[in-house]
Design a protein around this ligand. Structure first.
Ligand code: SF4
Length: 273
């Protein structure tokens, strides 16, 4: 049984966002500087509007009411900025969930990053569901100088999308619509896609390239391959979904490092998907 990702967005927002004195607070599980993008200060948010079986994120994705603590945009940003300054990195992002839930929280955070003397870049990693469904949201992003949006495409067909994310097939087009809208507003945007041939093949794969090509051939040149790695949470979710994948030896190393990270309280000693 598939779910409506817009309805799930509303339910997730109820669980992870709250308004306090006119400020939208959001739940976070932690803050770390990690090695991806050559070093980036990252706030780990709770809650998502998809249920990808290869997802590595914290169990708060599925039970956001049980985990995390609320932060205002200012308090989250202070931690992100302080960690960046301490580690000598000049990039920031949110990860671990869908950042576009709690929209006003996100836009305030990006505004703070835009004004910061410590940061050069804010990377908005999104699955594009809400930006595609409500294209007017993209207008709020057009003014930010330090923003780059990375839109993650899960599939090129409704069937592939429902299988991988659990969501209704009609929503597979939303990330493409989000990219189109952002491009039309002059927002810097690039696509990522789950291209792993073990889960994306045939028409599902061809359609990703065809649709991106229709939006602009340079998007295909910029396309990032979103890897699937054997992190403990991803393995648990795949087991539950009845998906069994073979792993190369070097990938098992990722799993080991991730477990070690859990032990020392940092989930990102290795690369971060
Ligand atoms: S992989 Fe990303 S979009 Fe998919 S469920 Fe996890 S956090 Fe959400």
């Amino acid at each position: 049984m598939v779910f409506d990702p817009i309805e799930l967005s509303k339910a997730a927002e109820k669980a992870v966002c709250r308004a306090r004195g006119g400020v939208v607070e959001r739940k976070y599980t932690g803050f770390h500087v990690v090695g991806v993008y050559q070093g980036i200060s990252t706030g780990y948010v709770c809650g998502c509007n998809l249920r990808c079986f290869f997802c590595w994120s914290h169990p708060c994705r599925d039970q956001p009411e049980r985990y995390g603590g609320y932060h205002s945009p200012e308090s989250a940003f202070r931690v992100i900025e302080r960690l960046a300054a301490r580690s000598g990195v000049r990039r920031a992002r949110l990860s671990g969930g869908e950042p576009t839930l709690c929209w006003r929280h996100l836009t305030k955070l990006i505004e703070l990053a835009d004004e910061s003397r410590e940061l050069d870049l804010f990377i908005l990693e999104t699955n594009g569901i809400l930006l595609g469904f409500r294209p007017e949201l993209a207008e709020d992003l057009a003014c930010f100088r330090k923003l780059v949006v990375r839109v993650s495409i899960k599939a090129g067909t409704p069937e592939g999308f429902s299988w991988k994310t659990g969501a209704a097939g009609w929503a597979f087009e939303l990330p493409f619509k989000a990219i189109e809208r952002l491009l039309s507003l002059g927002v810097r945007v690039y696509p990522a896609a789950v291209l792993d041939p073990r889960v994306t093949w045939g028409e599902d794969r061809r359609e990703v390239f065809r649709r991106l090509g229709e939006l602009g051939h340079e998007l295909i040149l910029d396309l990032e391959d979103e890897s699937i790695d054997p992190y403990p949470n991803a393995l648990r979710r795949m087991r539950r979904a009845g998906v069994e994948l073979e792993w190369a030896d070097e990938k098992v190393e990722v799993r080991y490092l991730s477990k070690l990270g859990d032990l020392v309280g940092c989930s990102d000693l290795s690369s971060d998907p």
